[in-house]
Ligand binder design. Structure first.
Ligand code: XMP
Length: 514
């Protein structure tokens, strides 16, 4: 797929914004992919039509990173147009012979003044609102570089290396608070001559073409692991377009679904022509999870059990060679595919399947972000109930039970989550949030129910907004909605005496508790 589009390489310096940069560029129609600094040359030499480079922000200090000048020189040596953002801006300054030093810092909303007429700022007023997050500044520019904009505190907010399309901007154009950020990114793409061909309809055709090639000559059946979420369903629907009835959608009921979810999902899938084979494997999953405290261990068990069930299904069908999974781009990146990124959680669907499973994996969404997957779902005519469904982790509610896993805690999470979702729907807020769920751990709270003392569970509600799950913020729910959810949970879910609300964004937290 990648080879057929002009590509923008986003060098990921570990900043939480690298994905956001790639997504914004894709929204503008450019095929943007992430690469780690150490793989820049390899990716560049690997073919593909790389037309421009963006250097992302990052948590490090350029002053501590002598080693980074290597990638910077590689980037400058490539003669490609470059846009350095925040850390990337400072790195470019140093590579070009300038300097960076600690400064007063600028965080959040800020203003910059455009001081030179340059096509990068076409469409900007003289003073514009931007979003900044830095405590180091470019203090001396490379020889011949021109200052294009200055910040409210008088620091270099943007510069351009002489006679080149190499730009640095201290602010974050990918963040919505930078009001004309999209305009600037579009200007950069235009200056770099990037053809804007990355459109959902093209992507759909290319994915189908790729699948036809991948599965050509294979006459057996293909199983698709379906969870009812948008990713696995879109992946299955794509493969179905190519292999027709030879696709067997399989929904493994591991007992970790939300209340009523299996029935709901089955009916939605049936209406989309994906009538799934439902396998009741609740007992075998839950009995292995009982008492297991470590979530990574739970993920391992669940992954292993999934694979075992699939092996049995494949053996009983007899002619299966492929398994379809709904792995998306952030799954691939966040699971440590990029060498510079820490492995945060081993999302089992990309942790690799055991070889003894003997099935090849088909992952048609590996290069896509969630909003792109949703767009494909719309093009494929899938029902709204699937497309707008909140993302649900593969290991299901197992990652929402903290401490030792028990069926009692699982039941609390299941019922409390149901209430939260019902109330969000009733308030018309369900579609506005990324995910909303309940969590339970081992903390206890003394309550009074009737006239008697009851020591019950503490349920934590987590409701977040996000664009791709790489970063997230907690949703400022109206108090009356929170109040209704909390009072319903304590009165309707047995054993709960306290409800709390999680108010930490990602980062520093993650979305799921474990
Ligand atoms: P975190 O908790 O890492 O979650 O901020 C980011 C997104 O990934 C989902 N998630 C998972 N998905 N297997 C999955 O398929 C997993 O093990 C897993 N853990 C978290 C999570 O719901 C959120 O959307």
């Amino acid at each position: 797929m990648s080879g057929s589009h002009d590509t923008v390489l986003v060098v990921n310096f570990g900043g939480q914004y690298a994905h956001l940069i790639a997504r914004r560029l894709r929204e503008l129609g450019a095929h943007a992919i992430l690469t780690s600094p150490g793989r820049f040359s390899e990716v560049l030499e690997g073919g593909g039509r790389v037309k421009a480079v963006v250097l992302s922000g990052g948590p490090m200090s350029v002053r501590d990173l002598a080693g980074m000048s290597g990638v910077c020189n590689e980037v400058l040596g490539s003669s490609l147009p470059v846009l350095g953002i925040c850390f990337g801006h400072q790195l470019l300054a140093i590579c070009g012979g300038g300097d960076v030093d600690g400064c007063e810092g600028e965080f959040g909303r800020a203003y910059v003044r455009v001081v030179r007429d340059d096509p990068l700022f076409k469409g900007w007023g003289e003073v514009e609102e931007v979003w900044m997050s830095h405590r180091e500044c470019v203090t001396s520019l490379p020889e011949g570089a021109e200052v294009l904009a200055v910040s409210g505190r008088g620091y270099v907010a943007a510069f351009r290396l002489r006679d080149s399309l190499v730009y640095g901007v201290q602010f974050h154009p990918e963040v919505r608070h930078t009001r004309k950020g999209g305009v600037l990114l579009r200007n950069f793409l235009r200056l770099a001559g990037v053809e804007l061909s990355w459109r959902p309809a093209n992507i759909l055709e290319e994915i189908l073409e790729g699948l036809r090639k991948e599965l050509s000559g294979f006459k057996g059946r293909v199983v698709a692991a379906i969870s009812g979420g948008v990713d696995s369903t879109v992946a299955a629907a794509l493969v179905r377009r190519v292999v027709g009835d030879r696709l067997v959608p399989v929904l493994i009921d591991h007992g970790l679904f939300r209340d009523g979810e299996v029935e709901e999902v089955v009916s939605l899938l049936k209406s989309s022509g994906l009538d799934p084979l439902v396998i009741d494997a609740r007992e075998r999953f839950l009995s292995r999870l009982e008492g297991v405290e470590d979530c990574e261990e739970r993920r391992r068990i669940i992954g292993e059990e999934f694979a075992a069930v699939f092996k049995e299904v494949a053996e009983s069908l007899g002619d299966v060679e492929y398994l379809v999974q709904g792995t998306t781009y952030p799954d691939v990146i966040e699971s440590g595919y990029v060498e510079s990124a820490d492995r945060i959680k081993s999302h089992h669907n990309v942790a690799g399947l055991p070889e003894w499973l003997g099935l090849k994996v088909v992952e048609p969404l590996r290069e896509l972000y969630k909003d792109e997957v949703r767009e494909l779902g719309r093009l494929l005519g899938l029902p709204k109930g699937i497309i707008e469904r909140h993302p649900f982790p593969g290991p299901g509610l197992a990652v929402r039970v903290v401490g030792k896993f028990s069926r009692a805690k699982l039941e609390v999470v299941r019922r409390a989550s149901r209430i939260l979702e019902e109330e969000l729907r009733r308030a018309g807020l369900y579609g506005d949030v990324w995910q909303a769920f309940a969590v339970v751990g081992d903390d206890r709270w003394v309550g009074v129910k009737g006239d008697s003392r009851e020591v019950g569970y503490v349920v934590t509600l987590r409701v977040v907004s996000s664009e791709d799950a790489m970063t997230a913020d907690w949703v400022r729910l109206p108090y009356d909605v929170l109040d209704r959810v909390a009072s319903r949970i304590t009165s309707e879910v047995e054993g709960v005496t306290m409800v709390t609300y999680a108010v930490t964004p990602k980062p520093p937290s993650t979305i799921e508790p474990c």
